[in-house]
Design a protein around this ligand. Sequence first.
Ligand SMILES: Nc1ncnc2c1ncn2[C@@H]1O[C@H](COP(=O)(O)OP(=O)(O)OP(=O)(O)O)[C@@H](O)[C@H]1O
Ligand SMILES: [Mg+2]
Length: 595
Amino acid sequence: MARNKYDVDEIMEEKFDVHQLLRFAKYVLPYKKKMIFAGVLMLSSSALTMLIPRFFMNVLDDCVPEKDVAGIIKYSIFTLLIILYSVLTLKTKIRITNEVGQDVIHKLRTDIFEHLQELPFSYYDNRPHGKIQVRVVNYVNNLSNLLSNGLINTITDLCSLVFIIIFMLTIDWRLTLICMCGLPVLGVFVALIKKKQHRAWQIQSNKQSNLNAYIAESINGVRVTQAFVREERNLDIFNRLSDSYRTSWMHAVRYNFMIGPAVDLISVVTTAFLYVIMVSWLVNGEGGASVGVMVAFTGYISRFWSPITTLANFYNSLLTAISYLERIFETIDEPVAVKDKEGAGEMPPIRGKVTFDHVCFSYEDGVRILNDVSFTAQPGQSFAIVGPTGAGKSTIVNLLSRFYNVDSGRVLVDDIDISEVTLHSLRTQMGVMMQDSFIFSGTIMDNIRYGNRTATDEEVVRAAKTVCAHEFIMEMEQGYQTQVNERGSRLSVGQRQLISFARALLADPKILILDEATSSIDTETEIALQKGLNELLKGRTSFIIAHRLSTIQNCDTIMYVDKGGIRERGSHKELLEKKGLYYDLYMSQYSFLNN
Ligand SMILES: Nc1ncnc2c1ncn2[C@@H]1O[C@H](COP(=O)(O)OP(=O)(O)OP(=O)(O)O)[C@@H](O)[C@H]1O
Ligand SMILES: [Mg+2]
């Protein structure tokens, strides 16, 4: 099948890694008491049920010939009680394992989510979000099956197998040995297909993640898809991915389905052989064989193979689970590149001096985005960054919040290297409004309060008023309590910007970063906003990125950034007099407006 760019393979280890399972077992360890209790219940019930074929043997061989009715009734009552006990224990076991299973899954899911939240921007830059999602949701859910059905059943089945063998041995050791002859054959078969089976499940999990990534991307981009009438083409891609997922699943599950029939086949052959031997013994009167022995042994044979079938199924789900666990632990183990240094101190209350000291930075190795950038902003200064698209303006402010680590050089706030202080103490003192203003699902009030949970309603309203958002918010049917969807789809782009703007302000930051904060806002609102803002920027160091130069003319310093470096810097007036790049940019906008 033709592959496409969506069908990307993740790096997969070929080897079968038991460590994943041991690591997973650590999640179950806290519940060991409950699990042991369930295990003991199951063991006791399986040991007791082992007695039933023996009762049959006694009834047939002793009670029936001697017409001992009381004996028959006694054995019947025992049998009934044992069955009742096993039903009750089974019910308890199911409840316990489900509880433990869901608890473990919850803990695992929380661990991934917690880690995902800490992972730096660079992690998300490099992979489709759908692939991350599938790990937190689908893969983790798949494990619950392993836990709730697998673990205890396996332990109890293993033990019952031992019981059965003991019981069989007490009846006839030769028959028992014949019965067990099938086991090594099964072992060899399982060992032969193990590697291929594991690989097939790895591929299946990868295809599932590809499909998920494409679905997530398509949902996010559905407007563009419809605008460019790409539905058919997208359906094509989807079909191919879905088909490839289906094929990989069929391929993988084929191995799983091989084991069941293999067990059946081996069991049928050995059982048939045993029957032949038992009947011939019975006919020839050899080896002390009786009808009772035959009935009891037949009962044990079927019991002998049923735990082996469950064990084989468990083994199947184990192999499936390992390929999911690999992906899950890979996510949990992903190193947090941007994190607090060992012994990092708290950032003292920020006064607002910001220095870039010979900073070099690249997102990808070998592609320099910032090259030896140096500048200093004094406390309270407003700093504008202008320049062409892709020049590195957003990159500069991303480094200031330490969303990425610099390659070389230093970023200093109040002369303290920001890599030496905790991220929390640094970021809580900064207000960042990013270029793509993200709105979360919830009320408008919640969205503004996002950066400062302790802010009162009055403070939220004040922030909204400052950025001229109050008016449009009040026009909505429920004002600040209006529900907005994820990404704020019911708001206009300008309205989204104003809400994010208010959010950045509410944190009352000493350093304020506004990346294209007002690019989609009409000129009238912008002029009104500017007035309030001038007041507000007092006493704060601010970095304002803007393409529309009218927004930044009053800033103390304007930096013109291009090709990874600062080309010009100075006040609006100075830069115009210089008649350089900024002048050209200004004149092009100015003449554009006047033509
Ligand atoms: N996450 C990323 N991974 C790799 N390269 C990136 C990433 N983000 C940005 N770049 C590259 O870095 C360069 C600078 O990007 P940046 O976002 O800083 O530009 P900008 O000046 O803010 O542009 P704009 O005015 O369009 O917002 C661009 O060439 C871009 O291709
Ligand atoms: Mg930008």
